[in-house]
Design a protein. Structure first.
Length: 204
């Protein structure tokens, strides 16, 4: 039986063109401001699970340095074309960055990490940040892990359960939490996005 991770990578490889067309023009300006206001001009941002490259392109336009990756080879190829620079093929679990980034942007991407691996992935994200670095993450609000009919794995959290998860990582503290407008989920129900901004502790 194919693992959920392989199944969802296959999904995005197969549907990459359609997915890019449907997401590349979404207006994320209000979310950008909450994240970018915490960063210095020209800061180095990692776009983790960049999808179409929509957010990377905006960050580059605003003068930031951006390193982008996606787990789907086809998605990474299309993102590279869209942003005009290479987008790497990488899974979250394979990250080996050490204090390289001022900001980490994970928009609607960590929700595909299996629940048994999410804490380790969060630790890899925190390791990738410089001391004092800023991390943005978003999930569909809810609770539990499920695999949708199209093969994609989804992990949902409430604000309380995500805080509990990150409570074991002493290097980060919460800076902001808010809900975005409702969006259609894969089963056509409607659920709000849960957004968090965290800060890595500065060096003492």
């Amino acid at each position: 039986m194919q693992s959920p991770i392989v199944s969802q990578i296959d999904y995005y490889d197969t549907h990459a063109d359609e997915y890019c067309r449907s997401t590349v023009s979404l207006d994320m300006s209000s979310v950008y401001e909450r994240f970018l206001n915490e960063l210095a001009p020209g800061a180095h941002i990692m776009d983790a699970g960049c999808g179409s490259g929509r957010d990377t392109k905006e960050f580059l336009h605003r003068g930031y340095v951006v390193t982008a990756f996606d787990g789907s080879p086809r998605m990474a190829h299309l993102a590279s074309i869209h942003i005009g620079q290479e987008c790497s093929v990488l899974r979250f679990q394979e990250m080996k960055f050490q204090q390289e980034f001022d900001g980490l942007w994970a928009c609607a991407s960590l929700l595909h990490v299996p629940r048994c691996e999410i804490e380790d992935v969060f630790r890899l994200c925190v390791s990738a940040l410089k001391p004092g670095g800023i991390m943005y993450v978003s999930f569909i609000e809810g609770e539990g892990e499920r695999v949708s009919g199209d093969g994609r794995l989804y992990n949902s959290y409430t604000a309380e359960s995500l805080r509990k998860l990150l409570g074991g990582i002493s290097a980060v503290r919460e800076m902001a939490c808010w809900k975005s407008n409702q969006i259609p989920s894969s089963d056509q129900q409607r659920a709000p996005w849960l957004n968090f901004v965290f800060k890595k502790a500065p060096t003492r």
